[in-house]
Design a protein around this ligand. Sequence first.
Ligand code: C5P
Length: 464
Amino acid sequence: MSLDQDLHNIADKVMHVISKDKSIAVVTHSDADGIISGSIIAKMLARKNARFTVKVVSDMSDKVIEEMRSINNDFYIITDLGAGFAKRFDDTFNDSWIVLDHHQLPEEEKDNNNVFNIWKYGKDGSKDISAGGLCYLLAEHIDSKNRDLSQLAIVSAIADRQDQGEKRSLVGLNKDIAEVAKSLSLLRIDLDLMLVGRETRALHEALAYTSFPYIEGLTWNVSACYALLTNAGLKLKEDDRWRVLSELNDDEKRSIIDAIAKFVAVTSNASKIIDDLIGYVYTLLKEDNRSMLRDAREFSTLLNACARIGKAGVGIAICLGDRNSMLKEGENVINEYRKRLSSYINTLMQERWRIKDDGKIVTVNGENLLAEDMLGAVSSLLSSSPSMHGRSIIVWTRTKDDTYKFSSRKSNSSNANLGLIMRDCSSKVGGSGGGHAPAAGARIPNNRLLEFLECLKESIHAAN
Ligand code: C5P
């Protein structure tokens, strides 16, 4: 099996469908990588004057397949989803579908020519390339004009936390795509001080809301950060406007690092904290200074927020190029997302009965509290807290269609592969699930909760 040959075949198939003026349905995943995947395919199709629609779904299921079938399109492009469903796609859509995905897939799907999944080619879909990256490879193969979409593929890799190389750099095919974006002057890569919100947040807030590295006394403590930075002589405002990290000069950044170094000097992991503050920053050069879209990590946070609060359309419009009303709407989305997340965390802290911790696994019962699309945001945030260190986190809620939806994260280096565990345990109880080793999810029938939880716990403990 060769990636280049399969890419060529898939591209031929798509070009054939376009040339016959067939109606195409793009079905993508509702997260940042899914939004970018759908947008890259949409842009590529629009540039070829193809007829298409884009639909965003939380996960693949028989119900979604039935909805897709009932709309009755000629061809289906499924992105960032679909591992484990190839047979059902074959049965429902014959040969008129392709999947572009980077989630681990069952062995029996590896021979299916309609599945373009990076795991087929000996690569690691959790760090070598995202679904957005695969969609980019297809778009670029179909027309080299689409090389400008390389910058979006970088945002999707960052969104899916594929920056796992040294100092949070991109590796594998992501690195090659970054080179394309750099060669087109779309992207700059710098080794720099890393705080969240580097283009948009006041410095003391940026420091306070940075949870990696976690700094006891500073993280989530805005007033302590304000005091630290003003005492260090930093000029936090200019002309009545808060300054942001991206506009500081090297000396100013150095004085922030020195101030933090003094603050953490007595802690045992001081040098690790300082080391973790420096990493590779990916800047999209065509975006305005101080825009949420200029720093790839902030861009990915915005798209993630769009997906989580049910406004994926805003994210897609931004990826397709809207820099007016939709970008403004993006600011509202981010505020709403932060508000919801903090209200969830406050309630979870008050209603302690929801959280059970056996030292290796933390379960969080989010029934009648967490909206299903926010589960991943909650499990990610919890997993960044030092109190969760060394554990796997499992969060669930009951959904509108009366199933249970799960999200899990690994906050340790155990051998547990949550993607495979979610897939196996969910299939045992008549559900579906999957994902990556450190981050995965599932959906199961409402009468199999205890059995499913038991299976998860047993499998995770067995791997520890
Ligand atoms: O929803 P959440 O962010 O927790 O998802 C984590 C990972 O698990 C994602 O990559 C998602 O695509 C995957 N997942 C899956 N099947 C599900 C739910 C999530 O493959 N039913």
